[in-house]
Design a binder for this molecule. Structure first.
Ligand code: NAD
Length: 335
């Protein structure tokens, strides 16, 4: 099948593209290669996606409406995995418009392209951040997610709402992917694991917010990519029996689904740092700092719906995943 993967030069898009190619699919990768973080890392990922295996790359901007309409009209995709976005909670405090362009206008352009060319299934990245300050754990997709505490989270929730309207109005099958703190080889330099590793190896102190009193459901990248690729075959169907009276918030009469993709094993940040120290064989020095605006205290995924849909759930143990990240980091940066 022919896939469009947006954000193919990004962390998750790269891994998903690799898996789709290995399964024999044709993949068109789109990315604007922006400099939110090191462009050389994005280029190095792209260099591993081989044209001989069926990969082609388009440097393009999600918010460019005519260019996106042309892309869909010319290429005719069977399925779209939309992972290109402006990520990051803290960056959204200072750069709100980057999120409106990439995550709102960009998402609308993807929906329109899918509708106009009758794409068979659109899967798109949402985020655990939509759960906001929810303290009832684990987070279930039937929980209310009406109170995002960052603009980033608000755009992810908006993506779900926009997708639902297209599923309802036009019968476009859409699947939202609520990822929970993804880590692993080729990971993002703006995320805690990468920053901690770099600082610890350089003998510098790491910034630890809320005195380390935070819990995150860290999820290994191979589990994420496996779940996404399996979900491409689970095409949401309309549910004519659904009614407002009987349906739960997670269901809909439209061909629309949302899944949590997380490890279901939240750990304290201090435990995470301890495991990283073990993997690196170096003790961390810590700057204990207050809570950052927009941050949440805990994330924790209920993945029962995911397991029911694909017979798989993330399971990689943190110590194993960290060891693989550290091995990649030392090799890639020659440290
Ligand atoms: P990433 O930043 O590594 O990848 C996103 C890619 O999209 C980048 O290569 C970037 O150049 C590209 N991009 C950004 N804006 C663009 C635009 N306007 N036009 C074209 N390309 C653009 O991030 P990631 O970690 O791979 O995340 C993928 C998706 O998953 C994002 O939607 C992100 O919000 C979501 N997500 C990630 C995590 C995580 O822990 N990594 C958690 C929850 C949700």
């Amino acid at each position: 099948m022919k896939y469009l993967v947006t954000g193919a030069a990004g962390f998750i898009g790269f891994h998903v593209s690799q898996r789709l190619l290995a399964a024999g699919h044709q993949v068109v990768g789109l990315d604007n290669l922006n400099d939110y973080y090191d462009v050389r890392l994005k280029e190095a990922r792209l260099a591993l996606l081989a044209p001989e295996a069926g990969f082609s790359f388009i440097k393009g901007e999600l918010a460019d409406r005519p260019a996106m309409a042309d892309l869909f009209a010319q290429q005719r995709f069977d399925r779209v995995v939309h992972l290109g976005a402006q990520a990051g909670v803290r960056y959204s405090l200072d750069n709100p418009h980057a999120y409106a362009d990439a995550n709102l206008v960009g998402h609308l352009n993807i929906l329109e392209g899918c509708r106009q060319t009758q794409v068979g299934h659109l899967l798109y990245a949402s985020s655990s951040s939509v759960y906001g300050l929810n303290r009832k754990t684990p987070f279930a997709t039937s929980d209310s997610v009406d109170h995002p505490v960052s603009l980033y989270a608000a755009t992810k929730k908006a993506n779900e709402l926009m997708s639902h309207s297209y599923a309802h109005l036009y019968g476009l099958p859409t699947t939202g992917l609520r990822f929970f703190t993804v880590y692993g080889p080729w990971g993002r330099p703006d995320m805690a694991l990468f920053k901690f590793t770099k600082a610890i190896l350089a003998g510098q102190a790491i910034d630890v917010y809320n005195q380390g009193d935070m819990r995150r459901d860290f999820t290994y990248i191979d589990d994420i990519a496996e779940a996404v690729v399996r979900l491409t075959d689970v095409i949401p169907q309309p549910n004519p029996a659904w009614t407002v009276e009987t349906g739960s918030a997670a269901d809909s009469s439209a061909p629309y689904r949302v899944y949590n993709i997380g490890n279901s094993q939240p750990v304290a940040l201090t435990h995470f740092i301890g495991e990283l120290e073990r993997a690196l064989g170096v003790k961390a020095q810590m700057n204990l700092l207050p809570m950052q605006p927009g941050d949440v205290l805990e994330t924790s995924a209920d993945t029962s719906a995911l397991e029911a849909a694909i017979g798989f759930k993330p399971h990689t143990a943190l110590a194993d995943g960290l060891a693989r990240f550290v091995a990649w980091y030392k090799d890639f940066y020659r440290v």
